[in-house]
Design a protein around this ligand. Structure first.
Ligand code: SF4
Length: 195
């Protein structure tokens, strides 16, 4: 049986504010001489773990073409917001935010929105988080995209890692590598939902 809350609301009551919210925030994404794609790349690199901070992972995350991502990376590098470092012998590169990049990100409209979301009551925030995560996961699956989730919901994650490993306390069974608590809170290109 439906509760009063269910009867007073329908899918449009979720979809419309989300659409409008994205539009309102996107309008501010041209500040600081950046464009929305450059901002998305900065936000991604600030959240990605060390296995996922490459141009290839960024391409998959944004669902853009290699050429577009290459232009975006070059523009951010030119502006001094990101730096490239050699990743391994195969010459793939690792991207990271510079100090200037972190300062720019601190003024990002979505980062400001995090503070507004923080100000919601804890119960409201938790319910919204669960609902939005559920909707996002369904849409990602429907579109056949990578989940880019965090370790705690990944089938390769082990809460308890190698005994006495100071870089722990966790372990990734896919990369056979130790994960710190901070590592585990980052998004990953190889995330695979635990069944
Ligand atoms: S446990 Fe999963 S999400 Fe975490 S680093 Fe390993 S593959 Fe990535």
């Amino acid at each position: 049986m439906s509760s009063d809350d269910d009867e007073a609301s329908d899918g449009r009551a979720i979809a419309w504010p989300l659409e409008r919210l994205a539009r309102v925030i996107r309008a501010r994404e041209h500040e600081d001489g950046l464009n929305p794609a450059q901002r998305e790349a900065l936000r991604y690199l600030a959240r990605a773990n060390r296995f996922s901070n490459t141009p290839g992972a960024l391409t998959r995350y944004l669902g853009a073409t290699k050429g577009t991502i290459s232009q975006t990376v070059m523009a951010l590098e030119r502006k001094g917001l990101i730096a490239k470092a050699a990743r391994d012998a195969r010459k793939s590169v690792r991207l990271s935010l510079t100090e200037k990049g972190r300062e720019t990100l601190a003024r990002d409209p979505w980062v400001a929105f995090e503070a507004a979301a923080e100000a919601l009551g804890g119960k409201t925030r938790r319910r919204m988080q669960r609902g939005l995560e559920d909707l996002l996961s369904r849409e990602v699956k429907r579109a056949g995209l990578d989940s880019f989730g965090m370790c705690s919901s990944c089938r390769y994650f082990r809460e308890r890692g190698r005994e006495g490993d100071a870089k722990g306390p966790h372990l990734c069974m896919l990369f056979e590598d130790t994960l710190s608590r901070e590592d585990a809170d980052r998004i990953c290109i190889e995330h695979a939902a635990a069944s």
